[in-house]
Each structure stands twice: as C-alpha cells, then as structure tokens.
Ligand binder design. Sequence first.
Ligand SMILES: *Cc1c(COP(=O)(O)O)cnc(C)c1O
Length: 348
Amino acid sequence: MENFDLNKLVRETVKDLKPYSSARDEYVSDGSEMIFLDANENPFENGVNRYPDPQQRSLKTLLAKQLKVSEENILLGNGSDEVLDLIFRAFCEPNQDNVITLPPTYGMYKVLSDINAIENREVLLTTDFEPDVSVILNTADEKSKATFVCSPNNPTGNAFSQERIKLLLENFNGLVIIDEAYIDFSANESWVSCLENYPNLIVTQTLSKAYGMAGIRLGVCYASKEIISILNKIKPPYNVNQLTQDRALDRVVASKQVKAEVERILKERDLLVEALKGLSFVETIYPSDANFLLVKVDNADQRYQELLEANVVVRNRSNQPLCENTLRFTVGTLEENKKLMAILKEIG
Ligand SMILES: *Cc1c(COP(=O)(O)O)cnc(C)c1O
C-alpha cells in the first residue's frame, strides 16, 4: 500500500486527545520494594486489592515472543469485541464515515457499526464464500475507513484465499481488519507475520475459542506501532482485569496443552463430518477450517426445533445471505457428538 496515510484515517477528536493518565501508568517498577500510596487502594493484600497493570506487560511480553512481534505491536482488550469497538471509535467519524463488511459473516461488525453510527456497506461473499475484491474496491470511497475480513469466516467456516486477502491489503486505502478468532484451527498461517509489509493491516485474535477461555474475556489486536498507539490513547485504563491477566498468562504458557485440545477438536470435527454425510436430511456440509460446521439441511427451522426439543442448542443461520436452511454446529466433546448424532439419526 504505497499512498497509505494513517494520519488521514484517524478521527480529529482522537488525534487531539490527551489520554487519562492513571496512577499505575506514571510509575514504572524497577523491582525495588515500594510502598504504594498513589491510587487510593485498600492496602490489605488479597491478590486483587491493587489496580492491574494498564499495559498488561507480562502477558504482552509472552505473546510478543510467541508471535515474533514487538510488544508495541500488541493491544489487549476485554474480548475482541472491545478491540473491534476501539477500532471504530478511533477511526470512524459518526454519521460521516463508512466501513465494509462481507456477509455472511460475524454479526458484531454490523452491531458495532450501528452503535457507532457508521454506515455499514455490505459486499456479499461469492457463492463459494470468498471475498469479491473488485466489488469491495468499487464499493469503497474516501470515507471507507475499514474492511472487516473474518478468516476463517464465521458462520461459513472457511479460511479465505490468501491471494484475495493480499489483493485487498494492497489496494484498499483504509484499514483491513482480519479477524482470526479461529486461526488456531486452520492450516493457514496467521497474517500477524505480515505486519511489516502492510501498514493498513490489523489482526485480531481471541482466547475465547481454541484457548478455551471465553469466560475471562481476552481479545488481542496486532498492528503497526502507530495503529496500536492510537488505540492505546482511547482504551479504558484498566480494561483487562487482574484475574484475566493471571489466567491468560497461565494458559498462553501452556500452549502445548492448547494445541493438544485443538487436535482433539479437529479429529472430532472430521468424525462429525463423516457421520453427518449419512443423514438423509443433510444436503451440504461446507468445508471447515474452524471448530464448527455449517450444514445445509432440508428444513432448518424444523431441524432446529427438533434438536431443541432433544435439549441440543445449535445455531440457525438461515436468515444470513447465502445461508438458506443452514445450521451451525460447534464441535463438542466425544460424548456430546455421540449424543448429537444419535438424536440426529432419530429425527431424520
Ligand atoms: C467468537 C468470535 C470472536 C470472539 O470474540 P470475543 O469477544 O473475543 O469473545 C471474534 N470474532 C469472531 C468472528 C468470532 O466468531
């Protein structure tokens, strides 16, 4: 991206903003024994009586090492939903700017556009669920601040062609946000390794899926130092709490265990595909690079209800474009998948 100018994308209010400076922002530890009388905390130790590190340094150091980036390329948020919201608030001027999304895709991009009063220009995926880059580029104008690319995509499950994403990164004049919530289930490499090549690239990841930590709410954003420092200006000072930082640190250290669980989930997914193929009401099982399957059935509303009556909750995605009569199945444990298949055979 030759004529990319980050300065032109940032909202004026954010450019001029002086961020809130918290007590723990001003003081940096040199390891000496200190007495902290700066933040009006309760002095009696209970593990969480102190404010957490607003820059989450320990966690960033570990992630930076694992992904071979600098800590300054990382911002952490209260789930990737907070990270995505920060991107809107830093770059998109309400009632003026627009973003581009690629349905069928993750519903939060549209919700966040609406919350932030930003026009959401929808460019449908092609029938084989790939981004139509020439239509995206034709849809963009000088007010198009960002395109949200979810790869592997939710709800379709596929990772997008890397060539197409590259074409978009090279030709779109705004930010390209690649949502990699499911990257650990995919054979594709993360785009984080390409940060140096694309000043307009933002990659978001999460501990909610492969890392099995949806309950702690931790989202990760990787981008150029310039983009990260803009997002840092507007993030709430203590947006990642101490309990989350502690649990995330333990889990990221145990990356071998995470990998082993991912392997088990992928094995279960493949078994589920084979079993689903034998059902008369299943029409298409779409290829998946994620921990879920999008499945076209004869009548999604009916099958959804039948499953619900058997105490199985799946997601009916039929109201999404290109997803008529589809259900989305998350891959569960061996036992859960066995029960699911028994029920599906019964209703079929
Ligand atoms: C589940 C999911 C997320 C996760 O969001 P968190 O707020 O980190 O839990 C992000 N993007 C997509 C596409 C998802 O499916």
